[in-house]
Design a protein around this ligand. Sequence first.
Ligand code: HEC
Length: 148
Amino acid sequence: MLKNLLYTALLLTFFGCSNSKNECESEQVNPNGESELALLMRDLHQNTLEIKNYLFLNDSIENNLNSNLIDEFKSNYQSIKTANPTESNLRDDGIYNGYADLYINSVDKFLNDKSQKNYNSMVTNCIQCHQQFCLGAIGKINKLYYKK
Ligand code: HEC
């Protein structure tokens, strides 16, 4: 038991370190400009924040905001599988796509039932992928959680 725990801790440390290189937030100076995927991620962040504000915090500016917002979100979220990333080998080993599918499934679930629970599961799936590929943005994503 104790051995298992130690082993897990070691693994976590190992992965934690090997991934901490993967800073990915906008401070990064990218001579070729921002990737399509990075821009898409910013849009998704904004869409998700607005959905939270509208659905759960009653920050309704216009009455039709809701349907426009959801439409924009719908046209964005599946593109995480196709948008061009900064690192061209991002999708090579299939791990990214696995996390992308998990995220897409949780969005589908949320779109069918816009509950707070389904909303927060989506955010959890953003974070799970980021733990593997992009630690830098996690603090920002954490703020998307809806907390009562
Ligand atoms: C399947 C994996 C995956 C999922 C799911 C995911 N991300 Fe990302 N995210 C990435 C990767 C990889 C990058 C780096 C993109 C690049 O540089 O091309 C990134 C970059 C970002 C960035 C930084 C963009 C910039 O300014 O450079 C933000 C913010 C972000 N994601 C937010 C989110 C949010 C919010 C969600 C959920 C709505 C989400 N991500 C879901 C993998 C993921």
